[in-house]
Design a protein around this ligand. Structure first.
Ligand SMILES: *[C@@H]1O[C@H](CO)[C@@H](O)[C@H](O)[C@H]1NC(C)=O
Ligand SMILES: *[C@@H]1O[C@H](CO)[C@@H](O)[C@H](O)[C@H]1NC(C)=O
Ligand SMILES: *[C@@H]1O[C@H](CO)[C@@H](O)[C@H](O)[C@H]1NC(C)=O
Length: 339
């Protein structure tokens, strides 16, 4: 089941005062923020591609190392261009790009599987960041330009979903995060610079095994002081009007979830509104974080990458005669238009 029927356009019930004014200064702040995220992505892929060899990709379950490396290179090149163009735009508008951030990926560039899973999160954060910042831009030209980057980040997201054996396009709607929410995830990799945005507290899952339908989620965050008593977990899925709110002690993944799930810890049980413009900020204790919960495996992802838990595919070889016979006996291909 998809949550597609409940679109996030429902009338907001709890409206938080929007702290952002739409003006030229905010346009610049948003562009600088986007540029730092692009720098982060470009650095991440550049370091990953230096560090890992073909044999590392093969050991991580890619039947072809080149199949994966080709995509990582292509994505890296896009992020480098995005950063360059954003920096030129910031300068053209009279601003100064933030150029003194340090990015530390040492905790996640440990092996190709971890790197690919983090890349999947990073691309999803890219999508949520551009979507969540769209409403802050007052200039329709900048909005269109940002949109043209967002669509490409979404394609990266799909490729990463496939390369990590997930569902290529798991939901009919994407999520949007405020800049503070984006920094709950991206902020752990960034230091030394001032983005002019307060970061939400980071949140992590402590579950050891596979997280799937029925799994009780367990959390860790510097904001939790070791206890989750009286706190609530909020699970947001694309297309839902509100998050699913549960006491942390009962935070079980419900039926029907597939793909990215944004998770928050809040201090009350009130569900969070999907749209970031009206979402309450004052009860957010930690998060969001993004968990990919893959409950609907697809052939495409299984062909591109063998998950660690599954046995490797049995190699099959067929003779030329068998192949010719298969082709000759194949059903006629329906016309693409269906007419
Ligand atoms: C980075 O640049 C900003 C703005 O110029 C400055 O305020 C900050 O101190 C710099 N940070 C470091 C670590 O040099
Ligand atoms: C995960 O494993 C660690 C180390 O074995 C253990 O301390 C922790 O309690 C486990 N977490 C869960 C949620 O079972
Ligand atoms: C954790 O402790 C800090 C500092 O005492 C406090 O501000 C914060 O509200 C606490 N968090 C929770 C979830 O109780």
């Amino acid at each position: 089941m998809r949550f597609a029927s409940i679109i996030a356009l429902a009338a907001p019930v709890f409206v938080a005062a929007a702290p952002w004014r739409r003006n030229a200064a905010t346009n610049l702040l948003v562009l600088k923020f986007a540029d730092v995220l692009e720098q982060l992505e470009a650095t991440f892929y550049s370091q990953a591609l230096v560090k890992f060899k073909e044999s590392d990709f093969t050991a991580a379950g890619f039947p072809s190392a080149q199949l994966a490396i080709e995509q990582f290179l292509s994505i890296r090149d896009d992020e480098v261009i995005h950063a360059t163009v954003l920096e030129e735009t910031i300068k053209a508008l009279g601003g100064t790009p933030v150029d003194n951030c340090s990015f530390d990926f040492s905790t996640v560039l440990t092996d190709v599987t971890t790197m690919a899973n983090v890349a999947r999160v990073v691309e999803n954060v890219g999508v949520t960041a551009y979507l969540g910042a769209a409403n802050l831009l007052s200039d329709p030209v900048l909005l269109t330009a940002a949109g043209s980057i967002l669509t490409v980040e979404a394609r990266h997201q799909t490729i990463l979903n496939v390369l990590t054996s997930g569902t290529a396009i798991p939901q009919a709607f994407d999520l949007a995060f405020t800049p503070s929410e984006v920094l709950a995830i991206a902020g752990s990799f960034i230091s030394g610079c001032d983005l002019g945005v307060k970061a939400n507290q980071p949140l992590a899952l402590t579950n050891n095994g596979t997280v799937t339908t029925g799994t009780l989620l367990t959390f860790n965050s510097p904001a939790l002081n070791g206890s989750t008593d009286g706190l609530f977990c909020q699970m947001m899925v694309g297309g839902l009007a509100f998050s699913i709110s549960l006491p942390v002690s009962q935070c079980v993944v419900p039926n029907g979830v597939n793909g990215p799930v944004a998770l928050w810890i809040t201090s009350d049980s009130q569900p969070l509104i999907n749209n970031p413009i009206d979402r309450a900020v004052d009860k957010q204790v930690a998060g969001p974080m993004i968990a990919f919960i893959d409950t609907v495996p697809q052939l495409l992802g299984q062909m591109a990458h063998t998950p660690a838990s599954a046995p490797p595919p049995t190699p099959t070889t067929i003779t030329l005669e068998q192949a010719t016979s298969l082709i000759n006996n194949a059903s006629p291909v329906p016309s693409p238009t269906g007419y």
